[in-house]
Write a protein that binds this ligand. Structure first.
Ligand code: NAD
Ligand code: ZN
Ligand code: ZN
Length: 337
């Protein structure tokens, strides 16, 4: 089988020929159909974050495929089932986070495509308890971006408190942002989309954004003040500047949800302003298996549209360049069928 492998943070990925692995215990062997390229894979391949993965490793955590074999401890899934392999590869299942619906905060967790090999490969091993069934009728090309970009922004918008009557700022209309915008609309908010390319701003309009701001030529905070200030803002652009602008866009009592993770990501908070204005800043990491099931259900009802283009796995290095240049409409998805 072919796998895309990060051998060193300084070099392009290598397509390697590897033996198909055998599942044991709780593992399932998944024949990958599709795998989305998240910006996180690029951070992983470049070793951008304080906790780094250990090369060689296979990135990818938006993996969709069919179970081909299962270990003897897997009772609830069968060969032939279509499943999603998300970022949360495995958690302990018994800590206070795991038992209170916050498995995404489990300190013992393993992450697909980061601490364990992920989905940019023709066959992947995954923990049967942490894969999520993909309902019939959902195109595997749509299911892939929903498995990280979808669930992450669905959770972030949920946590933000967006609801009818609120003004929601979505900063960065990329893989995550184009779905965040749709969830903010589903939750009933009036939406403002911010980006720095004509194509992404056009996409935001097409997806129903009530307002768009071009951060290249407009002052985001000033435009937001004109609109009354954001009740909620979700930061999805890989840029520290955009965090400052999103914070400054909040109205009194507003909430900023941080999601994007640039290398050296920083936001300096003005304490006086924060205290007097009662603003909140929270971090949000992916979503649970239940959140992903909800995301699939919404998509099955036709409430979301996944904007994506396909590439071959062997094009992974040029695909990464396309994402870094901001040239991708929505998501790139590797099609391995
Ligand atoms: P992406 O590259 O597809 O999208 C980023 C978007 O931001 C692009 O549309 C780009 O044009 C836009 N942008 C760049 N500069 C901007 C600016 N100054 N203002 C507004 N927009 C600007 O990336 P993605 O896959 O959507 O991921 C975004 C970030 O989220 C990455 O850092 C990724 O690692 C992180 N992420 C976090 C989680 C989580 O759980 N917290 C999950 C997945 C991804
Ligand atoms: Zn991701
Ligand atoms: Zn746990």
């Amino acid at each position: 089988m072919k796998a895309a492998v990060v051998r060193s943070f300084a070099e392009p990925l290598v397509i390697e020929e590897r033996p198909v692995p055998t599942p044991a215990g709780h593992q399932v062997l998944v024949r990958m159909e599709t795998s989305g390229l998240c910006h996180t894979d690029i951070h992983a391949a470049q070793g951008d974050w304080p906790i780094r993965p250990n090369p060689p490793f296979v990135p990818g955590h938006e993996g969709i495929g069919i179970i081909e074999a299962a270990g003897d401890q897997v009772g609830h899934l069968a060969v032939g089932d279509r499943v999603a392999i998300p970022w949360l590869g495995e958690a302990c299942g018994h800590c206070d986070h795991c038992v209170s619906g916050w498995e995404t905060l489990c300190p013992e967790q393993l992450n697909s495509g980061y601490s364990v090999d992920g989905s940019h490969t023709e066959y992947a091993l995954a923990h049967g308890t942490y894969v999520v069934r993909v309902p019939d009728g959902i195109d595997p090309l749509d299911a892939a971006p929903l498995t990280c970009a979808g669930v992450t922004t669905y959770k972030a918008v949920k946590l933000s408190g967006a609801r009818p009557g609120t003004l929601a700022l979505v900063s960065g209309i990329g893989g995550l942002g184009h779905l965040a915008l749709q969830y903010a609309r589903i939750f009933g908010a009036e939406t403002v989309a911010v980006d720095v390319t004509d194509e992404k701003l056009a996409l935001a309009r097409e997806l129903g954004a009530d307002h768009v701001i071009d951060a290249r030529v407009q002052d985001v905070a000033e435009e937001m003040r004109r609109l009354g200030g954001a009740h909620v803002a979700v930061s999805l652009a890989v840029s520290n500047e955009s965090f400052d602008a999103a914070y400054a866009s909040l109205r009194r009592g507003g909430t900023l949800v941080l999601v994007a993770l640039p290398a050296e990501g920083k936001l300096e908070l003005p304490v006086f302003d924060m205290v007097l204005n009662g603003t909140k800043v929270i971090g949000s990491i992916v979503g649970t298996r239940e959140d992903l099931a909800e995301v699939f259900r919404l998509h099955g009802l036709g409430r979301t549209r996944v904007v994506r283009e396909t590439r071959g796995l062997e094009e992974i290095n040029s695909a990464i360049e396309e994402v870094l240049k901001g040239e991708v409409p929505g998501r790139l998805v590797f099609d391995m069928r």
